[in-house]
Design a protein around this ligand. Structure first.
Ligand code: JFZ
Length: 425
């Protein structure tokens, strides 16, 4: 009999992390929705407009007729160039092993035909197609895992607003909207990741988060495969969940005891697409590699976000960054995928531009992010250089700290980062 989890955090926390997730290291995050139509400011467009933010009021005044509402944008979310196979091919070439799509952001518009979001979903209005299904199929075709981002709250859902007005003493929204929607998502699309968000106005007891997690872990069609993040109510983030996102762009720079994920967006200003984005606001490949290497070395995964356009295209500058990452991983992927943190993460004293990973003879399923213990065999240590060491003095980096022999293999791959494999003689 497989273990059954009780709907409380202490029991849910006992669940071992499904191995695929720790091995994957790299994922792609997509913020796509009605906000991709104005594609101005950020994916918080609607909220900024409702809060009378002057920048947004003026944008509306200048570009749209009086009385134009946010809902009026939905029919322009056309996705006519959306080719899921093309996207999946790009993500696969970037080296990503999983893809997480916004099934619903705070605006409440669903990219799948939610049975409780009449005329506010991608089949009823806009693309007139099930975007979640089409992308899920294409991503799996390339042997990547598919996951969904799902906002717990919806800014302007009247049922949510009523619960909130009653100080969350009623739970009509989670009962009649959120959980039925999430169960529809899980049953119809079998996602491997549920990336919860928009949890921060209420406690996990309002959301009833532990009950849905117990269902996911015990009885859902994805019970062996599913991983969830940590945004399940006030005070839960960084404490409970299969992996921790903590805050956005979380990158603590030191080893973490629990599996974590660094979610960041290539457009430094926004998660959703912005038509007026300039080159300076886009992360460079050097910055992307620094995030990747420092994160993986400390036990994390990276989830790299791009915002597609309302037409269903991915801007060439994002394509270029993703393909550069893929080129680097093609050569250096051995130092990233399936690795574990080593006993040291980086050379803070000697050279802060060197980060380590290692591969163990046996994968530690119980604590995947633990450093090798005294009884564990390390197959290889990887030193990843974000800057070529001065005077080529490579030996200095490992001198004295380990019994490792001189490097037997080096790859000089690009001007951005190099990896070096160190093995026993
Ligand atoms: C991935 C992002 O998640 C949330 O934003 C957050 C949520 C939590 C924190 N946090 O805990 O620091 C910061 C931004 C969303 O509001 C945002 O639009 C985007 O989807």
């Amino acid at each position: 009999m497989p273990k059954r989890y009780l709907p409380d955090w202490s029991d849910l926390d006992k669940r071992p992390l499904p191995e695929w997730y720790d091995r994957a290291k790299v994922g792609i995050f997509l913020h796509w929705g009605v906000f991709s139509v104005p594609s101005f400011g950020s994916e918080w467009f609607w909220n900024n407009l409702e809060s009378m933010n002057i920048k947004y009021i003026e944008f509306m005044k200048k570009n749209y007729p009086p009385g134009y509402t946010y809902q009026d944008f939905a029919h322009m979310f056309t996705a006519e160039f959306f080719d899921p196979d093309e996207w999946a091919d790009l993500f696969n070439k970037s080296g990503a092993k999983y893809v997480v799509l916004t099934s619903k952001h705070h605006e409440g518009y669903t990219l799948f035909p939610s049975k409780r979001s009449f005329s506010w979903n991608a089949v009823d209005i806009g693309p007139h197609r099930d975007l979640v299904k089409d992308l899920a199929d294409a991503v799996r075709e390339k042997a990547m895992k598919f996951g969904v981002y799902h906002s717990l709250f919806e800014w302007y859902n009247p049922i949510y607003k009523e619960d909130k007005f009653k100080l969350f003493e009623t739970q009509n929204f989670p009962k009649t909207k959120l959980w039925p929607d999430l169960q529809q998502l899980v049953n119809d699309y079998n996602p491997s990741v549920i990336w919860a968000d928009g949890d921060w106005e209420a406690l996990d007891t309002y959301w009833n988060s532990t009950a849905i997690l117990a269902w996911l872990y015990n009885d859902s069609p994805v019970k062996d495969e599913i991983v969830v993040n940590d945004r399940w109510g006030i005070g839960i983030n960084c404490h409970h969940g299969d992996f921790f996102n903590c805050v956005d762009r979380y990158n603590p720079g030191k080893l973490q005891p629990h599996k974590w994920e660094n979610a960041f967006t290539l457009d430094k200003v926004s998660w959703g697409y912005r038509r007026n984005m300039i080159l300076n606001e886009v992360m460079t490949i050097k910055e992307v590699l620094r995030e990747l290497v420092s994160t993986v070395s400390c036990g994390g995964n990276v989830l790299i976000n791009v915002g597609p356009t309302k037409e269903g295209t991915i801007s060439p500058i994002f394509q270029e960054r993703l393909l550069s990452l893929g080129d680097w991983l093609n050569i250096n992927g051995e130092a990233i995928y399936n690795t574990s943190p080593w006993i040291y993460q980086n050379d803070t004293l000697e050279n802060e531009n060197v980060w380590y990973t290692c591969t163990k003879l046996q994968y530690n399923a119980q604590s995947p992010t633990a450093v090798p213990g005294p009884n564990e065999t390390v197959n290889a240590v990887y030193a990843i250089f974000l800057k070529w060491p001065e005077n080529n003095i490579l030996w200095k980096i490992v001198n004295g700290s380990t019994e490792l022999s001189l490097p037997d293999y080096a790859s000089v791959t690009s001007q951005h980062a190099w990896s070096l494999k160190l093995t026993h003689k």
